[in-house]
Design a protein around this ligand. Structure first.
Ligand code: ADP
Length: 442
């Protein structure tokens, strides 16, 4: 219970409420008490002075205290206090309640001494008791009771509000904990409901986005394993098929068979090389040796390397839009040449006799953009967003025909991005496609 967030919030709020109400009560009490006491003292003083003056005048006129009793009784009734007057021998000469008349009086308080009008020295002493009803104190006590009652009501209301408030705070956090636990157990479909835009809501949003990333990562990992197994299966079963046929004498181990076997193993080793490149790139461990390079020269060199393949396919491969005086770029020439070669090989694989491929470059601020456009089969718009995903092929059945591993564009994207650049594809099916990427100027 004490580890429960709602309980802790409630405890903290209760403590704050109690301290606040306690402090208000204490200071109010102190201030009211002091004020009432000083007010009472000033009333008492004024009363004493007034009565002492009157009594002195009475004595001066009468010459003795005879007949003063009714006057004192009258004052006692009017002021709701007991008034006692003693002579110099402390014998009571007037008592507003009459009980002590003629008796010696031993008071607790010193009393007000009345001076004799004729000779120096005291004449009598006047004692005035506390007011019977002490109305101010009654008021003070009543206020105190109201204050305690008010504080209790305020604490009760505050606790009810705190209960709902703390539940509002703790409920989404509890839901988040529950969901995180399920996520940790491998259920990546779990999401939390995001209610408001507070920090807790933001936390929920961040959690959902993390869960989405984890789900995507997990899906990719599973697909990757399935895809790799699938990619390996075809060449391996082909090799096995050839070898079995040779063993059973159905196929002769001649040059043609060996070439077929060689093609399958080339495909396999290309796949393994690409997988290794991809895993290094994804782990961010691809080492780039960047230096200032002449991009036009690199383009010409790479184009020249595939020119023979283009000629054999009767596809025209040109670099007519390669301007003079392009700035030097800061790249790993081996890796950027790999990207360009992949784009050219793809273009060749998806063009037919009579089509054209054009390589262009243009300076764009701090970047040089290189593009490879072809007039081939193009890419359907639905496939465009997925084209850079691993093992993604528009036409799954053409994998064998193109000899591609389905990883070329994924690796190209990683390589361009590790240079800080961007790669994108455009095109429609039947209208050719255009791949472009940027590299940084020195
Ligand atoms: P692959 O090894 O199969 O070529 P890539 O990653 O290089 O793998 O390319 C992925 C897919 O993108 C290809 O299978 C193909 O369907 C499509 N593609 C790539 N380049 C082109 C292009 N120039 N024209 C049409 N489709 C293309």
């Amino acid at each position: 219970m004490k580890d429960n967030l709602q309980f802790r919030i409630m405890m903290a709020f209760s403590l704050v409420i109690l301290v606040t109400v306690g402090a208000v009560f204490f200071f109010f009490n102190q201030a009211t008490k002091t004020r009432i006491r000083s007010f009472g003292e000033s009333v008492q003083y004024k009363l004493e002075m007034g009565m002492a003056g009157e009594l002195s005048r009475y004595y001066r006129v009468q010459g003795s205290w005879e007949g003063v009793q009714p006057l004192v009784e009258q004052w006692g009734t009017a002021s709701e206090r007991r008034i006692i007057l003693t002579d110099n021998e402390k014998i009571v000469v007037a008592d507003s309640q009459g009980g002590l008349l003629g008796e010696p009086y031993k008071p607790d308080s010193p009393g007000t001494i009345l001076q004799s009008p004729w000779k120096r020295g005291p004449l009598a002493t006047l004692y005035i008791g506390e007011a019977k009803s002490a109305s101010l104190y009654i008021l003070y006590n009543a206020m105190g009771r109201f204050l305690i009652l008010g504080a209790c009501v305020a604490i009760a209301i505050a606790l009810i509000i705190t209960f709902f408030l703390s539940r509002r705070i703790s409920t989404p956090i509890c839901a988040l904990t529950k969901t995180a636990r399920k996520l940790g157990q491998g259920d990546f479909s779990q999401r939390v409901q995001v209610g408001d835009k507070t920090e807790v809501g933001e936390l929920g949003l961040a959690f959902n986005s993390m869960a989405g990333d984890l789900e995507k990562g997990e899906r990719l990992r599973r697909n990757m394993v399935a895809d790799v197994a699938h990619e390996l299966r075809t060449p391996l079963s082909n090799i096995r098929g050839y070898l079995e046929a040779v063993r059973e004498g159905m196929v002769k181990p001649d040059a043609a068979t060996i070439r077929s076997l060689e093609e399958e193993t080339t495909l396999l080793s290309r796949l393994v090389d690409d997988l290794q490149d991809l895993s290094l790139a994804e782990a961010g461990k691809l080492k780039l040796i960047c230096q200032a390079e002449d991009i036009a020269e690199l383009i010409n060199r790479t184009v020249a390397a595939v020119q023979a393949q283009a000629a054999a396919k009767e596809v025209s491969l040109s670099t007519t839009d390669l301007p003079q005086g392009l700035p030097l770029v800061n790249i790993d020439s081996h890796r950027i040449s790999q990207v360009l070669r992949n784009l050219l090989e793809n273009a060749l694989a998806h063009t037919a006799k009579g089509d054209a491929i054009n390589v262009a470059a243009a300076e764009q601020g701090d970047w040089v953009e290189i593009s490879v456009a072809d007039t081939g089969e193009g890419i359907p718009p639905d496939d465009l967003p997925n084209i850079f995903e691993r093992f993604y092929r528009v036409d799954k059945s053409r994998a064998r025909a193109t000899g591609g591993s389905g990883l070329g564009l994924t690796i190209a994207k990683h390589l361009v991005e590790s240079h800080g650049g961007k790669i994108e594809a455009q095109g429609k099916s039947g209208e050719g496609s255009c791949f472009s990427f940027t590299v940084p100027v020195v």
